[in-house]
Design a protein around this ligand. Sequence first.
Ligand SMILES: Nc1[nH]c(=O)nc2c1ncn2[C@H]1C[C@H](O)[C@@H](COP(=O)(O)OP(=O)(O)OP(=O)(O)O)O1
Length: 157
Amino acid sequence: MRPTTLCFPVAADGRLLLGCKKRGFGNGKWNGFGGKLEPGESFRECAVRELYEEVSLLAEPEALEYMGFLDFHFTAAPAADHITYIYFVKTWTGNATESEEMEPRFFAVDQLPYDRMWQSDRVWLPRLIKGERIKGRVIFAPDGETVQSLEIKEDRQ
Ligand SMILES: Nc1[nH]c(=O)nc2c1ncn2[C@H]1C[C@H](O)[C@@H](COP(=O)(O)OP(=O)(O)OP(=O)(O)O)O1
């Protein structure tokens, strides 16, 4: 199971920073920032690196707030299965800057562009925004995009 991270910067006024992916699978979708762990990297180190690479924000690893994990399963491509650790971060330095991969934009939490985000996000992201920590599993249909089943629980630990 490939480990990955997904990080959502939260501004002082509560708005969330999302990036619109400019290339590859998921092109045109708004998402948090993240990617695959590199060898020897911790989840936090990976999240910090990806945040910098994708949107030029510099965060301290300890500033990341762990919000939960999701198992992504791809019925037609098991090699693509991965687990994602999700973080919020409220302090950073630098300004959100467009990269080759992502065009950033802040959104009010009641105006998130769910119709242009991965399908399951409208189920679990509002729970994180309310402060809940989650653990769950998303199973994608063979098209790699439609959600076939979704199981999200509160992680009370
Ligand atoms: N917010 C999200 N909600 C969701 O349900 N699935 C997501 C998700 N973010 C990523 N995924 C899943 C679906 C997607 O097929 C897979 C990989 O998404 P990525 O945007 O990380 O794409 P890439 O495989 O192109 O990654 P990189 O090239 O390493 O950036 O992970």
